[in-house]
Design a protein around this ligand. Structure first.
Ligand code: SF4
Length: 228
C-alpha cells in the first residue's frame, strides 16, 4: 500500500466531506467556526475568497455540501451550511477594508471579458488585484448576468446582488455595458493579452416540467426572465 501523500491538498479536501462536495471547495468548517464566534465579517471573507458571491449563494445555492454533511448521518438533518452562509453575509457589516485593492499601475497585461455574469466577474476579481487591466463587456445595463436576469427578486434582493457585484467592479474594472459584442474578430484586433468568453448557456430548452400546457412556457429562461 502506498503511503498517503499529505502534500496533495485533495487528500485533506476529501477528509472534510462538505468542503469536498462544494464545487468551490469552500472551507465550510472554518467559516462556521467563525460564525459561532460571532465573527461574521471574517466568515464572510473566508466565503468570498472561495465563491465570490456569498450573499447570493446563501440564498440560491443548490447546496451539494449539505447531503455530504456528516451530521446528517448522526442527527438525520445536516448542518444548514447554506443558510449559515447567508447569516454571515447579512451580518458582516462593512467589509470594504478587507477587500483587495487593485494597483494603480497595471503591469500584467490587458484582458477582455465578454459577458458580465458570475464567470467573468470571478475572473475580474482574481486578475484585477494582480495588476491586470480588465475590460468587461455586456449588452445589459448592469453586471450580474443570469444572477440578475433569471433569479426572482423575492429570492435574491437586488441590493444583495448589487453589493457583491460592486465589490468586483470597484477593483478598477473598465465597464462597457449596453455593448453587444457581435464580432470576436473585432475584439481580437484590439490586441488583448487574453480574452475570456463568459456568456453562459444562452440556448433555452423547451422541456416542460410544470403542470401547464407546453405553449404556455415556450422556454424556461424566458419564463424566468419574465418572472424577474
Ligand atoms: S452552500 Fe453552496 S457554495 Fe456554500 S459551501 Fe455549500 S455548496 Fe459550497
Amino acid at each position: 500500500m502506498k503511503p498517503t501523500n499529505i502534500k496533495d491538498p485533495e487528500y485533506f479536501h476529501k477528509v472534510v466531506d462538505c468542503q469536498y462536495a462544494c464545487p468551490a471547495h469552500t472551507p465550510v468548517p472554518e467559516y462556521i467556526r467563525l460564525i459561532a464566534a460571532e465573527r461574521y465579517g471574517e466568515a464572510y471573507m473566508v466565503n468570498w475568497e472561495s465563491n465570490v458571491f456569498p450573499g447570493v449563494l446563501g440564498r440560491t445555492c443548490d447546496r451539494p455540501c449539505e447531503p455530504a454533511c456528516r451530521r446528517g448521518r448522526v442527527d438525520e438533518e445536516p448542518v444548514a451550511i447554506c443558510r449559515l452562509k447567508r447569516v454571515a453575509a447579512d451580518n458582516k457589516g462593512d467589509v470594504s477594508a478587507a477587500m483587495p485593492v487593485a494597483p494603480d499601475i497595471k503591469k500584467q497585461g490587458r484582458v477582455a471579458l465578454i459577458g458580465a455574469g458570475p464567470a467573468s466577474l470571478t475572473v475580474a476579481r482574481d486578475l484585477a488585484p494582480l495588476g491586470y487591466e480588465i475590460d468587461l463587456f455586456d449588452d445589459q445595463p448592469l453586471a450580474g448576468g443570469f444572477m440578475r436576469s433569471q433569479i426572482p427578486v423575492f429570492r435574491l434582493p437586488p441590493e444583495v446582488l448589487d453589493e457583491e457585484v460592486g465589490f468586483v467592479l470597484d477593483l478598477g474594472i473598465k465597464q462597457h455595458f449596453r455593448h453587444y459584442v457581435d464580432s470576436l474578430g473585432a475584439v481580437l484586433e484590439k490586441d488583448y493579452d487574453a480574452i475570456f468568453v463568459g456568456t453562459g448557456a444562452q440556448v433555452a430548452q423547451s422541456r416542460v416540467l410544470l403542470p401547464m400546457p407546453a405553449y404556455a412556457v415556450p422556454h424556461f429562461m424566458h419564463f424566468l426572465e419574465n418572472l424577474v
